[in-house]
Design a protein around this ligand. Structure first.
Ligand SMILES: *Cc1c(COP(=O)(O)O)cnc(C)c1O
Length: 395
């Protein structure tokens, strides 16, 4: 056992040296507030973009389901875990996303680990955006397919890879985030859909940060108003939906195949009924109020206008600081002012791009958004000369 502990200690020491060691901070969380070590903070680090995790209707739905159906679902959905609430939830997801069917998983991470290997295998080709979420890339790796990573949002390189490699593989998947989780920009889903169609490739977009906040709440597939050609719309119920769980919206036959072959669906316990009930209530709120769904991006725009950053495409605004030490110092300074803005460091983001990731919620007060903007502008200005700051932050 000595070698095991020595291994762990050496790894941790190396992380510490690079300012890359992470610590869990106990956080009591409200819709936009967080209490750490007794100190109240306004949080700009949650993905609860609509504050629905604390919405009275959503909480009441969860409480009722909990009282009536108990805490856990008891088994895989294919055994006895398929509570009737799942059918309601899947119908609502499919309707919001204009898909024939939907399949709900235990989490977004589990969804990606299950879906990709169910659709692609060792002889197949997967093209993935370089900034795709870790679990999309993990699913690609697990599939055993040939994985080629294209430069972020680079349509020319996707076309180049398809021309050079597509013909040698029976099937091809193109993987991308719809909204990139650490940069907040959108994927060109309309153009990717067209390219995929030309080469008989299957486009899968991870819309974890799009559902509820982009395209009137319907997600990044609807960012332009019309629906982009994305046959595989994956996402999570744990961000704007405020609950927990993952999903795939697709055709009836694809959803049915995934229920049969995705190992993280087949061999993992179904979501607790209360989580499904909460997600159903949240989806009802989203479907009836597209203006509310636009609020997080409006708040983000208030912030970027005030700081002098490019207009946001989503509720996520990166303020790139470079070295991890600088991002940590900026985060600590903001905490002293009562704001929780977590520093994001490699390997979550590429080397040299440690940043503050500012996430906006419909539940934030405009005045707090503007106060934060002024503090961030001060920190950025103090940190390096003004002109360089602007371009670094805009990267
Ligand atoms: C958070 C996230 C996931 C994982 O979803 P969970 O439900 O939290 O497991 C997947 N993809 C992206 C892009 C995410 O941001």
């Amino acid at each position: 056992m000595d070698s095991l502990d020595a291994f762990a200690r050496a790894k941790l020491a190396r992380l510490e040296q690079g300012a890359l060691r992470r610590y869990l901070a106990e956080t009591e969380r409200g819709a936009t507030t967080a209490r750490r070590d007794g100190a109240p903070l306004i949080s700009f680090s949650c993905n609860d973009y609509l504050g629905l995790s604390h919405h009275p209707e959503v909480k009441a739905a969860a409480a009722e389901a909990l009282a009536r159906h108990g805490v856990g679902s008891g088994a895989s959905r294919l055994v006895t875990g398929n509570h009737p609430l799942f059918r309601v939830l899947e119908e609502k997801l499919a309707a919001l996303k204009d898909a024939e069917d939907a399949c709900v998983f235990g989490s977004g991470y589990l969804a990606n680990l299950g879906i990709v290997p169910a659709l692609a295998g060792p002889n197949d080709l997967i093209l993935a955006d370089a900034l795709s979420h870790a679990c999309l890339l993990a699913g690609a790796k697990l599939s055993g397919a040939k994985v080629m990573v294209f430069r972020h949002n680079d349509l020319d390189q996707v076309a180049e890879f398809l021309a050079a490699h597509r013909a040698r593989h029976p099937r091809c998947l193109i993987l991308t985030d719809g909204v990139f989780s650490m940069d907040g920009d959108l994927a060109p889903l309309v153009e990717l859909g067209t390219l995929a169609g030309q080469w008989d490739a299957w486009l899968m977009a991870d819309d974890a940060h799009g559902i509820g906040v982009i395209g009137g709440g319907r997600g990044s597939t609807f960012a332009t108003g019309a629906k982009a050609d994305v046959p595989l719309q994956m996402g999570t119920l744990s961000k704007a939906i405020g609950s927990y769980g993952g999903y795939l919206c697709a055709s009836r036959s694809v959803a049915e195949l995934v229920r049969n072959r995705a190992r993280t669906f087949v061999y993992s316990t179904g979501l607790p009924p209360a989580s499904a009930a909460a997600a159903i209530a949240a989806l009802d709120i989203i479907a009836r109020d597209p203006r509310f769904c636009a609020e997080p991006v409006r708040k983000a725009r208030l912030f970027t206008d005030r700081v002098g950053l490019p207009a946001p495409q989503s509720p996520i605004v990166p303020v790139v600081m470079g070295a991890p030490e600088r991002a940590l110092a900026a985060s600590a300074a903001l905490a002293r002012d009562g704001f929780l803005v977590t520093a994001i460091r490699p390997p979550t983001v590429p080397q040299g791009t440690a940043r503050l990731r500012v996430a906006f919620s419909a539940a934030h007060a405009d005045a707090d958004v503007l106060r934060l903007a002024d503090r961030v502008a001060d920190i950025v200005a103090a940190d390096c000369p003004a002109p360089a700051t602007r371009s670094a932050a805009a990267e």
